[in-house]
Design a protein around this ligand. Structure first.
Ligand SMILES: Nc1nc2c(ncn2[C@@H]2O[C@H](COP(=O)(O)OP(=O)(O)OP(=O)(O)O)[C@@H](O)[C@H]2O)c(=O)[nH]1
Length: 194
């Protein structure tokens, strides 16, 4: 049995769309604690994101012996600092203004684990450049998308009207949505899980 260790409806939908049979369970880890205890002196977003994905997969794996558990994480960095899912609409507006007219990095990592051992992991980045959109344009997108935006690390959903806020994207679509799906499918085939 494959278990996807997530509460993310986006990740669940992405994996469900593949037709693979799986269950879901939320990982019980403190992401902020892992982030704050990141030891590397250099800003190492890939390493942190992979550690978070590994931690989620290991956490759920510890409760499901023999199951193949998939964990994922996504971080957003701009000027070597991390932004997180906005807590409310005011924070969302502030965050979009911070990202406006600039390029930020999304890093998504995925990990496959069994009995607490990481069997495979990979992460990929995407460079996201936002337009100098107006407050009115941002408010229009927020009105159309509503609180779904609060469930996204960047406060946007690339597959929806948020796309109007972008100048350019360089990276894999699934990475941007939070689950590097193609490398994951390759790993699951190699593990004979699908
Ligand atoms: N639909 C959508 N979701 C996005 C997009 N960009 C980022 N996300 C979501 O932003 C969230 C990133 O936060 P994480 O901490 O990695 O994951 P989470 O939502 O807390 O869920 P867990 O896997 O349980 O940790 C994920 O749910 C991603 O799917 C996007 O463009 N579209």
């Amino acid at each position: 049995m494959i278990i996807l260790a997530t509460k993310s409806q986006t990740r669940i939908q992405l994996l469900a769309n593949t037709g693979i049979d799986f269950k879901t369970e939320t990982a019980r880890i403190d992401e902020r604690e892992i982030e704050s205890s990141a030891t590397s002196s250099t800003f190492d977003q890939q390493n942190l994101t992979q550690n978070l994905a590994d931690a989620k997969a290991k956490n759920v794996s510890s409760r499901h012996p023999q199951a193949l558990v998939v964990g994922a994480d996504q971080t957003l960095s701009i000027n070597d600092s991390y932004l997180h899912k906005p807590a409310n609409f005011d924070a969302l507006r502030d965050q979009l203004q911070l990202l406006r007219g600039k390029t930020h990095i999304l890093c998504a990592a995925v990990s496959v684990c069994r009995d607490g051992e990481v069997l495979w992991g990979q992460q990929s980045d995407a460079k996201m450049t936002m337009r100098e959109f107006s407050d009115a344009e941002a408010d229009h997108v927020i009105k159309l998308e509503g609180d779904k935006l609060l469930k996204s690390v960047g406060g946007y959903r690339l597959e929806g009207p948020s796309i109007q806020l972008f100048e350019r994207i360089d990276g894999d679509y699934f990475t941007i949505l939070g689950l590097p799906l193609l490398p994951l499918l390759t790993a699951l085939r190699e593990l004979k899980a699908i």
